[in-house]
Every structure is written in structure tokens, then in C-alpha cells.
Unconditional design. Structure first.
Length: 337
């Protein structure tokens, strides 16, 4: 099969022939139809996170395809099923986190396209327990980003505890952020979008943001405070620039909650005085559980979430990564096989 392989950190991926994997116990072999390209895949390829994958490996964790072979005890799946992969490729199921519905914190989890080969190839393996059942009638191109970007921002918005009718800021309108705007609106929140690019803010407006703020032209904290009369109840940061994380404190109302989805390198520039004085809660949120995935898929099935996508070929992956580095992608790029 053809696959895009990370052979060395920081180098172009090599598109080459590799062996089609054989499903083991509890696994299924999936023939890919599409795969979204996530910023995490770029981090994997550059190896710039503290916990690094081990080259050679195949990135990708937004794959959609058809089950073509089953390993022993691959329960719940059958040949012909349309399924998706996820960042949470599997978890142990037995630790305190798995037992208390926090499987995303499992210390023995396996991550798609990071610690196990992912969806940047014509075939992939999935763990039958964690494979995502794709709803009937779904567009394989459109639904692909829901497998990571969608479930990640959906869970992040839940973690803000913002309620219907309250203001929520989405900071960073990229692959995650443009979907977050849609989920926030569908969940009944009033949405403010913050970015540094006019085209990204235009996209946010298209997807339902009431207010858009260009952080290059004005102080986003002051603008949010003025527009809302005291700040937003929830702030979800999907941006990949460290400055956005510090700005989040100023955009939150007293007693508000800030949730971080983005994972840029660097430290969080926090004012301890302001955090304490305003009684703020700051949380990290990493993807979502299988239940979060099912809920995020249901929003898509009802037609209230529609990712902005463009399709590319697998052999264009290095060009896609370059465009991603320079902020030239509107919404999400999806590889179509």
C-alpha cells in the first residue's frame, strides 16, 4: 500500500510502498476513503512535543474507511462497516481514569498516528473497541475532521461550563476553531471569534460568530470586555501561538472558565494576581471520550455542524504541512484516497 511515512523528524514525509498491516486480536483492517490532516500530525512529524513518537511511523488520526478484515475477537464490527479512527486509538479500560469515564487520561493509552501507525495510508488498523461508527448517510470528506477537531472542541466547550445564552470566546479560527464556532452556536452559546487573520474571521462569521475580533488590530481582552459588559463566561483557546493563552485571562469574566485545546511550544504567560482576583478556572482538555465522540457525531448527523474542507492527494502531504505552518488553510484539509 501507499503511505506517507515520517522517517526523520523535521524532514519531508516519504510517500512509499509499505506492507498492508494484518489485524491482531481485537483489531480490524480498514481500507481508507479519507483522512483529515490535523495540526497534531505536524507536531508528530517535527517531533517538537516533549513526548515524541518513534520514526519510522505513519501519522494521521482522522481516517474514514471500510472494514475489510477482522482479527480474532474484533467484536462489534463486521466486514463492510464504515468506521473512523481517532487520536484515542485505545485505552487500558482498567485504570482509575478509564473506570471513571476519563479514558482520555489513561496513562497506558495508545494514540493514532503517534504511538501506532495512523491514517496517512491506503489501509490502517483500528481497535474494535474504540473504532468510531460512522453514521449512515455521512459524507466521508466532511465527517473526517469530526473524528479529532470536532470531538476535541466539543469536549472543550463542555469543559468551559458555559451555558446557553452566555458568551463564549473561540480564540484561533483554524481547523479546530471554525468547527468550535459551530458547536458553540449549536449548544446555544453566544459566540465571539478571535484571530489575527481577516479570512479566518470571515470564516467564523460565516459559521455563526456574532462578533469577530482581529487581535492584530485591537486588544482582544478590551474588545471582549466592552462587547460583553464584563467578559465571556467561557474561553476556548484552539490557537497555536502562545500569546493567545495569556490573552484568554483578560477575555474571561469573573468566575469564568478558560479551556486550552491548542498545544504550542512554550510556557503559559499567566498573571497569578488576575487569576486569583477574578476567581478564574483554567483547564486543559485533550480530545474526548467515546461518549463525547458519539455526541459530537450526533450534532453532525443533525446537520448543524458542517466543516469547511478542501481535498488533496496523499502525495501532496508535504505541501499541506507547509501551508499549515504558514496559516494558509481555511478550515480543514482532507486527503481523499
Amino acid at each position: 500500500m501507499k503511505a506517507a511515512v515520517v522517517t526523520e523528524f523535521g524532514k519531508d514525509l516519504v510517500v512509499k510502498d509499505v506492507e498492508i498491516p494484518t489485524p491482531g486480536k481485537g483489531q480490524a483492517l480498514v481500507k481508507l476513503i479519507t483522512s483529515g490532516v490535523c495540526h497534531t500530525d505536524l507536531h508528530a512529524a517535527t517531533g517538537d512535543w516533549p513526548v515524541k513518537p518513534s520514526p519510522p511511523f505513519i501519522p494521521g488520526h482522522e481516517g474514514v474507511g471500510e472494514v475489510v478484515a477482522l482479527g480474532e475477537h474484533a467484536e462489534g464490527l463486521k466486514i463492510g462497516d464504515l468506521v473512523g479512527s481517532a487520536w484515542l486509538w485505545s485505552a487500558c479500560g482498567d485504570c482509575r481514569f478509564c473506570r471513571t469515564s476519563w479514558e482520555t487520561l489513561c496513562e497506558n493509552q495508545v494514540n493514532g498516528g503517534y504511538s501506532v501507525d495512523g491514517s496517512f495510508g491506503q489501509y490502517m488498523l483500528v481497535d474494535a473497541r474504540f473504532a468510531v461508527k460512522i453514521p449512515e448517510g455521512s459524507d466521508p470528506v466532511e465527517i473526517s475532521p469530526i473524528l479529532c477537531a470536532g470531538v476535541t472542541v466539543y469536549k472543550g466547550l463542555k469543559m468551559t461550563e458555559a451555558r446557553p445564552g452566555q458568551w463564549c470566546v473561540i480564540s484561533g479560527i483554524g481547523g479546530l476553531g471554525h468547527i468550535a464556532v459551530q458547536y458553540a452556536k449549536a449548544m446555544g452559546m453566544r459566540v465571539i471569534a478571535v484571530d489575527v487573520a481577516h479570512d479566518k474571521l470571515t470564516l467564523a462569521k460565516k459559521h455563526g460568530a456574532e462578533i469577530v475580533i482581529n487581535a492584530m488590530n485591537e486588544d482582544p481582552a478590551a474588545a471582549v470586555q466592552k462587547a460583553t459588559g464584563g467578559g465571556a463566561s467561557g474561553v476556548l483557546v484552539t490557537a497555536v501561538h502562545p500569546s493567545a493563552f495569556g490573552q484568554a485571562i483578560g477575555m474571561a469574566r469573573r468566575g469564568g472558565t478558560i479551556v486550552f485545546n491548542g498545544l504550542p511550544p512554550g510556557e503559559f504567560p499567566a498573571s497569578i494576581f488576575e487569576l486569583v482576583l477574578k476567581g478564574l478556572t483554567v483547564r486543559g482538555s485533550i480530545v474526548g471520550t467515546r461518549q463525547d465522540m458519539a455526541e459530537s457525531m450526533e450534532f453532525y448527523s443533525r446537520g448543524v455542524i458542517k466543516p469547511t474542507v478542501s481535498t488533496r492527494r496523499l502525495d501532496e502531504i508535504n505541501t499541506v504541512f507547509d501551508e499549515m505552518k504558514h496559516g494558509k488553510i481555511d478550515g480543514r484539509v482532507v486527503i481523499k484516497y
